[in-house]
Write a protein that binds this ligand. Structure first.
Ligand code: PEP
Ligand code: MG
Length: 793
């Protein structure tokens, strides 16, 4: 049972009922009385976001894992709601906001001012006032200087900062100033821009809440930022930048900071560059800060001691391990005490610099939200493509916006700076191809083609899945947010017992894929070679151009084989759903299917179209003959061992020495996971989980349907159970078991897979470094635990 750790925290608080109204989150009357006015950091978890807002929840989460966060409490969203109800403000605000025409600027500004004045004039209920005062007293015996920050609670907004103005009041001292700052934060919820934004997003004005964080102000003597892993390659190198005074100097780029690199593998400082730090930012008066010249003695002095670097790196690692992804951390040090002020996932270096350069990021208007499918940031002009015939209009550096990309759009996709689609999830065509091209992409925005206009300037953040209006803070970063390196100079490659392979779909990505140092190719999707020609396999056959088809396959596959000498390359036979063929020459002969995902694709199509299958096998045969023995063939969409046996027999009939080549299957239909032992008995040489499909077929969630994207769960127990069972069976038969679905690019899943005995993992190019690290760590941990257990016996 949960323990009451602070006064005012009632039992059963987590059982509060949340009602969803008009897109916003509101806490029901039943729970209103259960959630206290004040929550202390130590008792907050990230699930408490509807009570403490995004900022409060993230501070609480950091404190809960032992990071030294400055002491704080939160005036909850429920306290705000009590304030509104008890003062009758809820009705008054509702009256004013009910009829606002948000497109009429003057009317909007006037309404916003009226509401803000109402909030500021209202008398805070006595009980609430007492709670805030008592908590403030509890923080420190005498008047403590605090920062008071609003923390928006509308958690399903793309960026909660748009829900409220995120007003912050620094240097607040004394009860009266504190109470007024809290009320000011509440009023900031009703800024004109915030009201406009909420109206546009369909949020019920009457249901939006705000929490307020009251935190000890850290007047850092030295401060800065830290990337817990290398922000581009993902290597375990913690990068710390620090300077004198408040952290703003480093974040804003007004000073060249000291630069330290801490290598987590050797647990030592690898690099240290001490800068000449001419200026620092220090507190000024009651609210502000000022830029002053650093005294001569400190200008060239090392800001951080080696011990502080190591300690900061350790905190960074704690945060990274907890959140599962590398973090961008802000820190400060006062009188030798380190404070962690903020931690958020790293996006890219380009983004960070941009935020610092202009500080505009929070002001930029988000136009669209979708899934961040390929990392990187790009700014450019929108070009909307409604039909593949229009791709002629696409120019170098444009932002391609379309319902969904098709293989025949790939030439245009190569030119553009970023891609935005209405439909699709992390494994759709646009996502797969963009990742390989290294082009930022946001998929599944639902309304991109309707909301954006041709020629409009936008900035696409392919990591966060956001599209901003205009050029955001000059953060435009050319492609390359997904740059890859095998290992840092001088540190040697990370060797793992579990092979870490790479997925390739387009031959032009082969060199980038090989540069990761991957142990082979766990999936080469050859349909992209054919689809790029804009002709269906049926067209080649009907027009007696079989030789062209074979040559195209031969040449494309050869590029990848050449990039991975001596390493296995599993080439998958054709697996394109009929709708992907439809726009191409010959597409008119494709059957019209209601659900192509469950339709005529993969091995079932090849078995029924021997001509099509034979041409692929002909290309493989020629490659084997040319000495490319490291080529293995993988059959997709297999649901019964008979299909594997039949395919093998057909190959034998076409002259393939099937006993001596490597033939395996994808496990992407639950039937093949359930019947894995029969496949093993039938003689498969390897099996690879195609989790993109396995998940959709196991839990009945269309992988390309943005409406159910949030229910697409790679770690659904049923999926994990199928995977676990298959791995164990493969191990029993000594057969290589791998994964090539998108789930294999998630470090958390990789850890689980290694723990469950997988032989290899094939990930996306941009994920190799982090997967390799996750695998290496997990293996080491397993060995260590085994050794400890042995010692204990
Ligand atoms: C899969 O299903 O996980 C897979 C890798 O195949 P595709 O995404 O091409 O269907
Ligand atoms: Mg698949």
């Amino acid at each position: 049972m949960e323990k009451q750790s602070q006064p005012g925290r009632p039992w059963g608080y987590r059982q509060m009922i949340i009602l969803k109204q008009g897109g916003g989150e509101i806490i029901s009357g039943a729970s209103m009385k259960d959630v206290p006015n004040i929550l202390w950091l130590e008792e907050i978890r990230k699930e408490d976001i509807s009570s403490v807002g995004g900022k409060g929840a993230s501070l609480g989460e950091m404190a809960s894992i032992g990071l030294p966060v400055p002491p704080a409490f939160v005036v909850t969203a429920q306290a705000f709601r009590r304030f509104l109800v008890e003062t009758g403000l809820d009705q008054k605000i509702f009256k004013v906001s009910e009829n606002i025409d948000v497109e009429n600027n003057a009317a909007l500004e006037k309404a916003a001012d009226t509401i803000k004045a109402l909030v500021m004039k209202a008398k805070m209920p006595a009980a609430l006032k007492e709670d805030i005062k008592a908590s403030y007293k509890k923080m420190a015996s005498k008047d403590l200087i605090v920062a008071v920050r609003s923390s928006a609670t509308a958690e399903d907004l793309p960026d909660a900062s748009f829900a409220g103005q995120q007003e912050t009041y620094l240097n607040i001292k004394g009860e009266a100033a504190l109470l007024s700052a809290v009320q000011n934060c509440w009023a900031s919820l009703y800024g004109a821009r915030a009201i406009y934004y909420r109206a546009k997003q369909g949020f019920e004005e009457s249901t939006v809440n705000i929490a307020v964080v009251v935190q000890q102000l850290v007047h850092s003597e030295k401060a800065g930022v830290m990337f817990t892993s290398h922000p581009i390659s993902g290597e375990p190198l913690t990068i710390i930048e620090g300077s004198w005074g408040l952290g703003e100097a480093v974040v804003s780029g007004s000073v060249s900071p000291d630069h330290y690199v801490f290598d987590q593998r050797t647990e030592s400082i690898g690099e240290k560059a001490i800068a000449n730090k001419k200026v620092e930012i220090i507190p000024d008066g009651s609210h502000g800060t000022k830029l002053v010249t650093v005294d001569a003695a400190r200008q060239d002095a090392q800001v951080l001691s080696d011990g502080e670097v190591a300690k900061l790196a350790m905190y960074g690692k704690i945060a990274e391990n907890h959140y599962g992804v590398p973090q961008d951390v802000e820190w400060g040090i006062v009188a030798g005490t380190i404070y962690i002020l903020q931690s958020r996932p790293i996006t890219t270096i380009g983004k960070k610099e941009a935020k610092g350069m202009s500080g505009q990021k929070n002001d930029a208007k988000i136009l669209l939200k979708g899934q961040g499918a390929a990392p990187g940031i790009a700014t450019g002009k929108v070009v909307i493509i409604r039909d593949v015939k229009d791709t002629g209009a696409v120019k170098e550096g444009d932002i391609l916006v379309t319902r969904m990309t098709n293989p025949d759009m790939v030439p245009a996709m190569r030119k553009v700076a970023a891609i935005v689609t209405d439909e699709g999830g992390m494994t759709c065509h646009a996502a797969i191809v963009s990742r390989e091209l290294g082009t930022p992409a946001v998929v599944g925005t639902k309304t991109g083609t309707q909301q954006l206009k041709n020629g409009q300037l936008v900035t696409v953040d392919g990591e966060m899945g956001l599209v901003y209006e205009g050029a955001v803070g000059g953060l435009a970063q050319a492609k390359g947010g997904t740059a890859v390196t095998a290992a840092p100079a001088g540190s040697g490659p990370i060797i793992t017992a579990t092979s870490v392979k790479v997925n390739v779909s387009i031959p032009e990505a082969a060199a980038r894929a090989a540069a990761t140092g991957a142990d082979g190719v766990g999936l080469l999707r050859i349909e992209h070679l054919i689809l790029g020609l804009n002709k269906t396999p049926g067209w080649f056959i009907a027009n007696h151009k079989e030789e062209d088809f074979v040559k195209e396959l031969y040449d494309g596959i050869k590029i990848v084989l050449d990039a991975f000498p001596g390493k296995t390359v599993w080439v998958r036979t054709l697996d394109a759903p009929t709708d992907e063929f439809r726009n191409m020459q010959g597409g008119e002969s494709e059957p019209l299917e209601h659900n192509p995902m469950l339709g005529w694709r993969g091995i079932r199509r090849d078995l029924q179209s021997p001509d099509q299958f034979r041409l692929q096998v002909e290309a493989f045969k020629r490659l084997w003959k040319a000495g490319y023995e490291h080529l293995g063939v993988m059959f997709p969409m297999v649901s019964h061992p008979d299909q594997f046996i039949k395919a093998r027999e057909m190959m034998r009939g076409w002259g393939v020495d099937v006993e001596n080549v490597t033939l395996g299957i994808m496990i992407e239909i639950p039937a093949s996971a359930i019947m894995i032992e029969d496949f093993l008995k039938a003689g498969i040489k390897f099996a690879s989980f195609g989790t993109n499909d396995l998940i959709q077929y196991t839990i009945a969630i269309d992988r390309n349907n943005e409406n159910v994207a949030d229910m697409y769960n790679p770690q659904h127990p049923a999926v994990l159970s199928l995977i676990h069972n298959s791995i164990q069976q493969c191990r029993a038969y000594g057969v290589e078991c791998s994964i090539c679905g998108q789930a294999g690019s998630d470090p958390k899943m990789a850890i689980w897979l290694v723990e469950h005995g997988i032989t290899s993992i094939s990930a996306n190019i941009d994920a190799i470094a982090k997967i390799r690290e996750a695998v290496a760590k997990t293996e080491k941990r397993i060995i260590l635990e085994a050794a400890r257990n042995r010692d204990a016996e």
